[in-house]
Each structure stands twice: as C-alpha cells, then as structure tokens.
Ligand binder design. Sequence first.
Ligand code: ATP
Ligand code: MG
Length: 573
Amino acid sequence: MAEKHETATAETELDTARHFLRQWIEEDLAQGKNDGTVVTRFPPEPNGWIHIGHAKAVWVDFGMAQLFGGRCHLRMDDTNPSKESEDFVEQLKRDITWLGYQWDSFYYACDMFETMWAIAEELIQRGQAYVCELSQEEWKAYRGVPTEPGKFSPYRDRSPEENLALFRKMREGAFAEGTHCLRAKIDMASPNIHFRDPVIYRIVDLPHYRTGTQWHCYPMYDFAHPIEDALEGVTHSMCTLEFEVHRPLYDWVIDRLAEQGRLVVRSGKTIRPQQREFARLNLTYTVMSKRLLRQLVEEGVVDGWDDPRMPTVAGMRRRGYTAAAIRDLCERTGISKYKSLTDLALLEWCVRDDLNRIATRRMAVLNPVKVIIDNLPEGEELVAEVPNNPEDESAGKRRIVATRELWIDRDDFMEVPVKKFFRVTVGNEVRLRGLCLFTCTSIVKDAAGEVVEIHGTYDPESRGGNPADGRKVKGTIHWVSVKYGKPFEVRLYDRLFAMEDPMACPSGNFLDALNPESMRTVQAYGEPLLEQAAPGEHYQFERTGYFTPDVHASKPGAPVFNRTVTLKDSFKK
Ligand code: ATP
Ligand code: MG
C-alpha cells in the first residue's frame, strides 16, 4: 500500500465527508434553527460489546458535536429487555472512554418509559393510535406491498375509551405476547410501508435489567427513538442508512410531540430534532453484528467478547490496536451515503502507522535456533547502546548484550539459500543488529537432520555493524543472548475469518469461513528488558511485528505477548 496515494485519497474523502453532515448542520445554524447549539447523541443498545462499526458512529456523533462546540449525549437505547444488562452498560462506558471521548450527559432510555407511555395515551385520546389484535402474519398481510394500498385492521375504529382500557391492560400483563399491540393510525395507503399504521408498543414478557417486571409492554424503536432525542433536546440525530426510510415516521412522531407541547424549549427556542443517515463501516474478513459476535462468544469459538481476534473495541485494544489508529481509520473511510466495504488491510495499515511512531523497539526471537560465536570466549560480552525508538528520540536508549551463544530466528537461516537470500548461510556475512558483523562457517544437525547449531565468527573491527572499510553487508539479523534472554509465550493472531465476506460462505454458515490458523502459540526468547513489559504498552519486536502484553494472561514479571500485527501485510489468501 503506497503511503502517498493512501493519504491523498483519504484527504479527498475527508473533504466530501466534511461537506455532507457538516453542511447540513451549518445550514441549520445559518437558518437559526433551534437555539444555535448542536446536541448529538450516541445511542447503543446495551446488549453486547461495541465493535469497530460502533466506533465509527461514536466518531461521527462525538466528532460532529466537537466540530461545532456542541454536546454529545451517551444514551443507553434500552427499550428491548431481551439481552440487555448493566455489565454491558459499564463496558460501553469503558470502551468509549478508551476511544478518547467523554459524553456531556448520560441517559437511560428506560428512564423515559413513563413519559413514553403518557405520550402514547395522549395519541390514543387524540384518535392517533389504536390497540390491534391482528396476529403478526395477519398484520403483515394487511399491510401489503408498497405498490398497492394496504387493508384497514378491523380494530382500527375502536373508541379512545376502549383503546385506553385495552392499552392499560397490556401494561398490566393481562394479555399474552403477540395477541395485542398499539399501532399509530397514519396512512394505510402510503407508499412508505413504515407509515402503514406502524406498531409502536408490543407485549414482551421479560424482566428488564433496570425496570424489572414493572412493564409488560415496551415501545418500538421507531416510536421510542425520536422521543428520546426530543426529550434530551438533541438537535442532530445521526444514524446509519437503513434508517433512511424510517425518517418520515421519525418526523411524524416529532410532529405529534410538538402537538402535545412536549418539545424541549431552550433559551426561548423550541428544539426540534432531525435525523440524517450515513453509510455503515463494513470491514473484510470479519462479521459485525452483535448477534453474530454473541454467537462466537457463546459457542466458545473465541475467548470472550474481548478475544484479540474480535472486531470489538475491547478485542482490538487487547490485541494492541490503538484508539488513534481506529480514529484514523474512521477519518480515512470518511462519511458517505454509499454502502462500501473497507479492506481490513487499511485498518492494519493505520495500526502500523501509529505503532511505528510510538512502539518501543526490542529484539525477540519467535522460532529460535542457536548461534555460537566461536571467537567470542565464554564469559566475554559484546555490549552496544541502541535507540528505544528511532522515530522518537525522547524514548532514549538501551543496552543490549551479546554472549557467545545467541538465539536467532530459524527463518533467518537457509542451508541452501534461494536467490536474493542475504541472511545467514554458510560463508555469508551478516550484521547482528546493533552489534557487529558475523560470518557463518559451519552447522551442526541432529539425528533427524534438523539444524541445531550455527557456528561462525564475528569481526571485532566491525563494532556496531558498520566496518571501517565500508564493505557492503546486506542482511541484518535480530538476536537474543542465550545467557540473558528470557522465555515468553507469544500468541500469534491472524484474521478470524479466511473469507473476505464470511456471510457469503457457500455452506450458508459463517462459522465454516473461520480461519483455522487465526491463533498460534509459540515459545519465544526476548531481551531481558521485556520482562518488565506491562499490558497497555506497545512493542515492536524488530524485524517481526508489533506486540503487546495480554491483559488477562500476563503476570508482573511474566508477560504473555499478543501479536498486534506483522510489520508487513503477509496475509495469505
Ligand atoms: P448490531 O447489529 O451490531 O447490534 P446495532 O445497530 O443494532 O448494531 P446499536 O447498539 O443499536 O447496534 O447501535 C448504536 C449505533 O451504532 C447506531 O446508531 C448504529 O447505527 C451505529 N452502528 C452500528 N453498526 C455500525 C456500523 N457498522 N457502522 C457505523 N455505525 C454503526
Ligand atoms: Mg440495534
């Protein structure tokens, strides 16, 4: 991926992005709508852990508020009791904070249940809603298709008194699920199917994580969401494209709230929320729906919601992705009205770009084979000082110490070298990173024919690896002292799915698209300083990739490393 090109494209996209939602808000402000302030909200349902798609919405909602010096609310859209919990609420808060955002106010939609109920009762009293007893199948059949008008429900003309009595019974739990619902009385002939007397309350006989068994029926999203926005005084309500066709219904509910005198008034101005839609973020090689992520967790395919292979914000954090890299991806993909699929490689590029700036450099050998420097006597040491991060002078330097026996990576040796192999092979001179030049002279194999020792000599005049005679040495090898190196467990993560779109798996089951090599564990040796590595820190194992101590498996003095991403895109399709 050419860096220059990538940046140029991203900037162009960003410009368009700025135009689309930004223009909308700028025009509103210019027209003097509302009270001149911008209030947005991020409204997740606390029924799972947020993923990178939600991070995009967080970036849009909080970002737009920031841009206009406005406020952004964090709201739990908890109007469906089935899978919600307080644990999810707490996790949501942690993840959003980690992403770098702070909400100005926090709300639970369920705290508005009483008001929503009162609004619904007032609709009934005004003849704008009725209790319907059609079954779901009947209701669908009556609703019809967009090209022909639907049919009136036989319950459409009940009196407000009768409706009110039935509606209250629904609340008390007098009826079974699916037998009764409250429908808004709008237009059965509308070409917009969502206008054909939509259901606004349904019976759900499940306890709610906060309101317990107090309620037996709950408001539908299309009714609840505009009310939540209105009661909070939200001015600009941004959501994903699939809600575009619901927008007229959103506006209908806002009109009813205006009629009922329930819109918030600030500085003498009535606040009328409006909705606009943008395309969701979709990524290759993953799935992004809480339902499917839940399935991965519940079936034990992954090690929890924060498994480092999960597209959840917590999984990415545990893997070693940074919040800055995630925000960078949001920025580079921009805000658009068109559905698109973003290559996971772009996210990985953003991660490498950030980690290259901030990661501490260390040497570690993941697939060790022993090197013996025959002309370095036992007990003698070669010492050098090297930068902790060549991109950041303030990160300082560290001492590295070599002894007679070293570990190097088996992949850096070839008995019969292929063309352009400049690394260790008998007779070839290489650079031991930061230290000196070394020439392999012979190898020792075990009975199975596997190389177990690589012998050679170092050039004492080549300290630092840059000889005075200026001779060219192409290969540079990282190494770890056998005497001082420490053993660590390293988890090598790769993409969770082997298919770009797991949902397109020919068997019809996305689990069949799993990458069987999405995690491998190896025993590695690393510089002794790595012993002090703690979760939350980022390392570049030189020439190998970026790594971070795992937050669950690491112990003080004994980190277990997760591979965040390789240095280069090496994924085999
Ligand atoms: P899921 O299907 O993953 O459960 P959801 O949309 O049902 O997603 P919510 O918790 O209701 O999850 O979503 C909160 C907000 O995040 C919504 O405004 C929604 O539009 C937005 N969102 C969800 N997925 C994406 C995505 N892939 N890209 C951008 N925004 C998203
Ligand atoms: Mg949802």
